[in-house]
Write a protein that binds this ligand. Sequence first.
Ligand code: NDP
Length: 246
Amino acid sequence: MTSRVALVTGGTGGIGTAICQRLADQGHRVATNYRDYAKALAWREMMLARGCDVAIFPGDVADPDTAEAMVHAVEAALGPIEILVNNAGITRDTTFHRMRADQWHDVINTNLNSVFNVTRPVIEGMRRRGWGRVIQISSINGLKGQYGQANYAAAKAGMHGFTISLARENAGFGITVNTISPGYVATDMVMAVPDEVRAKIIADIPTGRLGKPEEIAYAVAFLVNEEASWITGSNLDINGGHHMGW
Ligand code: NDP
């Protein structure tokens, strides 16, 4: 397999860690961003101990300037970014009638505007070189909605419109653009949900369990393969049967 340069945003998180590991195991040169250097350094050392060398660069994906600087720093160190996984995300859950403007804007900026901030400085190079893979990590809740997540669901649904438009614009340039919509995966984001709410969620999942980060990473690895070059503008639901939409 050709070794590519991959940028995974939010690589230090639960799903991001598994994606970084999987892409590195495939022989790709992987980079991620950090906001807290000490935390990222500890994470990098943990990954190195597992035999996984992930380069770390400062960057807040919600901020256009630092996101662009991060892309340039990755490219200066590792070479042109050929695989981009827009994975960084946050929740600020509350019902809409109680939602403050900062809770709305923080989630839209981090989960949706980030996709502009990071993809924009990457896409022109991919077009020039005639090859690229862009993957958005959306969510089951961007498809079915969720109580207390009007901000999150709006951002995650927005990713789909972005994916299918970018896929059309770039299909003639060897670039595929796809979305993965995970269901509930056992990461800090989901473990932060109160136990009784999590138990109710699990009871609704036909497979009877939360997903594993590695199960999302597996789909990323699939979509970046050379053989996946005819898969573009698609959404891959990975949710244990929790939401079967058409
Ligand atoms: P985590 O909370 O474990 O990790 C989130 C990652 O995003 C962290 O590395 C975090 O870095 C980073 N991040 C957050 N905000 C920013 C920012 N402004 N700039 C740069 N990096 C940032 O989340 P998960 O691994 O669970 O989720 C990963 C993605 O998958 C998210 O987009 C999430 O919405 C989506 N998802 C998750 C599901 C789940 O069940 N876990 C289900 C469906 C979708 P830092 O340490 O600096 O905060």
